[in-house]
Design a protein around this ligand. Sequence first.
Ligand code: HAM
Length: 425
Amino acid sequence: MTQRFSVPRGTADILPDTVANWQNMERIARDYFQLFHYRELRTPCFEETELFARSMGQTTEVVQKQMLRLQSQKEDESSPFALRPEGTAAILRAYIQYGLVKQESLSKFFYMGPMFRGERPQKGRLRQFHQMGVEAIGAGTASPFLDAEVIALAVNLLKAFGCNPFQLKVNTLGSLSDKNQFASWLRGNLESRLNQLEPELQQSFRANIFRILDSKDPAAKALIRDLNFDGNYLSAESREYFAQVKSALDSLRVEYTVVPQLVRGLDYYTHTVFEFSDPSLGSQDALGAGGRYNGLARQLGAGIDIDAIGFALGMERILLSAAGQQSIVPESISYYIISLDEAFIGKAFWLQDIIRRQGVSCDMSYRGGSVKSLMRSANKSGAKYTIILGQDEIIKNELTVKIMHSGEQLRVALDQIEEFLKNHR
Ligand code: HAM
């Protein structure tokens, strides 16, 4: 038997019936991005693997286990490219590459598109998924108000999409040196109980202690629960900065919970980090996340410090969370033409072109047949008007136009059709 193909595991086709939900979400998002003055930046779907390794972190789950590397055609040549697992690194790469730091003091970008991670697929977790996100980048632009603006933009979006009630968790990691203090504080507190963790997490203890905080492993969770996160590992400036972020969020009436264990799974974060979750989604409940990454530009070769903050929302998860709220509106058209005899198809085809030239949407049946069967297609198309071409209409150079919502039928002279279209679109 000839092989039949299926969509690859962990990816999905978006069929026309649901594409309207995607377009709706994208339209709402574009309106909000404009409202908040973020401009679109599109980067390729693959980049040098090293860009992701250096930004997200060599020891992170995504870089170690989920990178989808591209294989070169030449077998002896290992390609240094990987499909992008996220958008932040590429946006900052472009920002540095084009010297945007010299062009404007604060650059505000948004992006939407497919991302790729070689994860074990399950509900809400795909290998090709879609993110929409923003990044606000500029030297010396770190401000608690900007942090609050970015978080508030995400809150606005999730509400506008009609997501289920969601939680916003926030925390601060402090500056790069505070983060090192935080790591040593954790090591000091966890060292004596390390043997309670599985071997992989014991390795993380040395390589990247924050992975223990991020772990879903029950033993790790139990250890963390016992810790008293007093924030003493943070400098006074970092604590003050975070206090200002919270008060800016309060002034915007954004509700949040401070979760001192929240560190996020990617290495580049400093200061404010945040995550949105919808508990009704089960194990993959993160709708989106983000944070500040003031140290990353230097790490990627910018040569100077450039402050930055952003978030990304998972679009598949938004649609799952908003599923109850969406009205799937069939994309309807204005006119549908049916021909009661094959011989009239040519005339219908010509008429369809006339109608479309007036900027009015139109479709037709390319088969002749009985009124009953053809009207079924017309109904399915959602057309407002159906034009019927039968023997009598052809002889008299007229059309029968059926107004679908009332069932009323009109006769229109063929040479009057353009006039008719002006009032019936
Ligand atoms: P992230 O937490 O890795 O952050 O991903 C953000 C969101 O993308 C997640 O909360 C989730 O909704 C969605 N997501 C991630 N992986 C998958 C998957 N396999 N299937 C479906 N959805 C998924 C970032 O990507 C950072 N770049 C966010 C950021 C922007 N930080 C600063 N700026």
